[in-house]
Ligand binder design. Structure first.
Ligand code: NAD
Length: 243
C-alpha cells in the first residue's frame, strides 16, 4: 500500500515467526523497516531485503531500548511483537516465570512506547501495534495462566495509550492471533512428546481446521498501520476460535 511509502516501521522480535513475516510485509509495502531481535544469527537471513535494516535490540534492556530509539530517530509505526508463551496453571507457575512473562510480554511494550511516543507526539502522527493473543481477556485458554494474564494486560495498555493520545494523532491497536505456525509453536508441539497428536490438538482449536500463517497476521499488522480511523481495538485473527 502506498500509505506506508517512506514510513519508518520498527518491529521487535523480527528474526522469526510473525515478527519476521511482518518485517517482510512492511518492506514489501514500501516502508523503511528496522527489524530488531536478540537473535542476530537468525535475523541475518533478513539482510539484503530492500527497504529493511536489522538491528540487535533486547527489549528487556531499558537502556538499550532508549539508545536504539534515540538512534533510529523518527518512527511512524511501532510493532511490539516480542512475547513468550509459558505453559501451566496458576498452581504450576513458578515465580520466575511470572516475573519474566510480565517483563517480556508487558513491560517491554511500556519501554518501547515510552521511547517512541514523544517523537510521535511531536509529529502529531504515529501508529502503535501491540501483539496480544486470543488467550487473554478475549478467551480463557487452559494451561496458559501467566500467558493469558500478560496478553490481557497488553489489551489494557493498548486501550489506555489509545485513550490518552487519541486526539493527538496517535493510534494504538492490539492483534490477538489464535494458533499460528511459527518456530516457537513447533517447539511447543515437540515438547509435548507425541508431535502428531499435539499438532492435531492445536489444529482442532480452529473451526477453520488449520493453523494460521505468520503472513496472515503480518497482513493485519500492515493494515492496522494504515487504518487511520481505528484505535484502542483488539483484533482477533484466529480461524474462528473465538467465535
Ligand atoms: P516466536 O516465538 O517463534 O519468536 C519469538 C522471537 O522473539 C524470537 O525471534 C526471539 O529471538 C525474540 N525474542 C525473545 N526475547 C526477546 C527479547 N528480549 N528482545 C527481543 N526479541 C526477543 O514467534 P511467534 O510465535 O510468531 O510469536 C511472536 C508473538 O506473537 C509473541 O508475542 C507471541 O506471544 C504472539 N503470538 C503467537 C501466537 C502463535 O501461535 N505463534 C499466537 C498468538 C500470539
Amino acid at each position: 500500500t502506498e500509505k506506508l511509502k517512506g514510513k519508518t516501521v520498527v518491529i521487535t522480535a523480527a528474526a522469526q515467526g510473525i515478527g519476521r513475516a511482518s518485517a517482510l510485509a512492511f518492506a514489501a509495502a514500501g516502508a523503511k523497516v528496522v527489524a530488531t531481535d536478540i537473535n542476530e544469527k537468525v535475523m541475518a537471513e533478513l539482510e539484503g531485503t530492500p527497504g529493511l535494516v536489522t538491528r540487535r535490540l533486547d527489549v528487556l534492556d531499558d537502556a538499550a531500548v532508549k539508545a536504539a530509539f534515540a538512534e533510529i530517530g523518527r518512527v511512524d509505526v511501532l510493532f511490539n511483537c516480542a512475547g513468550f508463551v509459558h505453559g501451566g496453571t496458576i498452581l504450576e507457575m513458578k515465580d520466575e516465570e511470572f516475573d519474566f512473562a510480565v517483563d517480556l510480554n508487558v513491560r517491554a511494550m511500556v519501554r518501547t512506547i515510552r521511547a517512541v511516543l514523544p517523537g510521535m507526539l511531536e509529529c502529531g502522527d504515529g501508529a502503535i501495534i501491540n501483539m496480544s493473543s486470543v488467550a487473554s481477556s478475549q478467551k480463557g485458554v487452559p494451561n496458559r495462566f501467566v500467558y493469558g494474564l500478560t496478553k490481557a494486560a497488553v489489551i489494557g495498555l493498548t486501550k489506555a495509550v489509545a485513550a490518552d493520545y487519541v486526539a493527538r494523532g496517535i493510534r494504538c491497536n492490539a492483534i490477538c492471533p489464535g494458533t499460528v505456525e511459527s518456530p516457537s509453536l513447533e517447539g511447543r508441539m515437540r515438547a509435548q512428546g507425541d508431535y502428531e497428536k499435539a499438532r492435531a490438538a492445536f489444529i482442532a482449536r480452529q473451526p477453520m481446521g488449520r493453523l494460521g500463517t505468520a503472513e496472515e497476521i503480518a497482513d493485519l499488522a500492515v493494515h492496522l498501520a494504515g487504518a487511520t480511523y481505528t484505535t484502542g481495538q483488539a483484533y482477533n485473527i484466529d480461524g474462528g476460535w473465538s467465535v
